[in-house]
Design a protein around this ligand. Structure first.
Ligand code: NAI
Length: 336
């Protein structure tokens, strides 16, 4: 029996060792590719499985170039970086890791909320410079404030549970409603406009797709309660960039905690930008990001909400289980 070939993209060294130990060497041949995913990569030709992460764009060209491909296994919850429709057409399965880190991402969401509400990030920078003045550092209580959760799924629900521990009121907007959960966790489903106008803090936890593309946009941004905090640990495209910058400029958002933002995928390439031909829109995205960085009321983190020791191990274990189960005709986390 020929070995099943798995081409891994975007795997850090430490995780490579972990994965190598977990796969049966008699059954699988693993290739860890240093370069980004690209249709010209010779490894695609005979790969049975592509194992990818959020910045690996598995588009039509990549799928077409992967002549023997049977499974695309993303090591993430979101799968908007994969052309699933085209994969389906070509009868290629796609799996993800749906449940590795609802607490992990929810905890990071609250790290951002607490940093913003109590000015921890500002105090940290000042104390590094031996400035222990309280000027401009007064925060606000979370207790009694309203949290608006857009997307009350695994992560959103965990965020709600934490919010309840802080004594917050919670409203949620979701296309699917679970009224038992609503009663149990003591929150209220509302429509999007009501959530925007009622929330002191808005946090995004829905997937990014054609329906959620620019869900918050220039047409509804003015509905937001003036001075609300905005937190995005979901995906950048859910808010229209122009609306985000407008809301920050006009004080509609008094602060924002962004784990995902325009140009985040360019972070790794930034150092090479001076020597490479770079599309103008990439330079523009970086400039906008740098403008955000200059503002004291904005906290950017580099898409790291998933990145705890426990969560990463769960991601890798589930990926191994997904791939094994696919080839053993057992149940796995199938997207299509
Ligand atoms: P989930 O599938 O459990 O929950 C998503 C919720 O959004 C569902 O309740 C769904 O009904 C709702 N939803 C779908 N379409 C909607 C729409 N048009 N309007 C309002 N609600 C809608 O997903 P989970 O695990 O909670 O993850 C949510 C997202 O978080 C992922 O899709 C991913 O993009 C992002 N994520 C970010 C991470 C990071 O490191 N920053 C890590 C993990 C996930």
């Amino acid at each position: 029996m020929p070995k099943i070939k798995i081409a891994f993209f975007s795997v850090p060294q430490k995780e490579k060792n972990y994965l190598t130990k977990k796969f049966d060497k008699k059954k699988y041949e693993l290739a860890f590719l240093k370069e980004g995913i690209d249709s010209t990569n010779p490894a695609l030709k005979d790969a049975d499985v592509l194992s990818v992460f959020i910045y690996d764009n598995v588009d039509k060209k990549v799928i077409d170039a992967s002549k023997k491909l049977k499974l695309i296994a993303t090591r993430s919850t979101g799968y908007n970086h994969i052309n699933t429709e085209f994969a389906k057409k070509k009868k290629i399965s796609v799996c993800n890791v749906p449940y590795y880190g609802e607490n992990t991402v929810a905890e990071h969401t609250f790290a951002l909320i607490l940093a913003l509400s109590r000015n921890i990030h500002k105090a940290y920078v000042r104390s590094q410079q031996s400035n222990f003045s309280l000027d401009g550092l007064r925060g606000f209580d979370l207790r009694g404030k309203t949290l608006g959760v857009i997307g009350a799924g695994s992560i959103g629900v965990h965020v709600m549970k934490i919010a309840k521990g802080f004594g917050m009121k919670v409203v949620a907007y979701d296309v699917k409603k679970n009224h038992m959960l609503e009663e149990l966790l003591d929150f209220k489903y509302v429509d999007l406009n009501t959530l925007l106008s009622a929330s002191d803090i808005i946090t995004l936890h829905c997937p990014y797709n054609e329906k959620t593309h620019h869900l918050i946009n220039m047409n509804n941004i003015s509905k937001i309660k003036k001075g609300a905090l905005f937190v995005n640990t979901a995906r950048n495209g859910i808010i229209e960039p122009a609306a985000l910058y407008y809301a920050i400029d006009r004080g509609i958002f008094s602060g924002a905690g962004l784990d995902v933002f325009e140009g985040e995928e360019l972070l790794k390439e930034e150092n090479q930008m001076l020597t490479k031909n770079v599309p103008l829109e990439n330079v523009e995205a970086l400039l906008k990001r740098n403008l955000l960085l200059r503002r004291e009321n904005i906290i950017l983190t580099p898409h790291m909400a998933f990145d705890s020791q426990e969560a990463v191990e769960r991601i890798l274990d589930t990926t191994v289980e997904n791939i094994n189960s696919f080839f053993e005709n057992k149940n796995y986390y199938k997207v299509i």
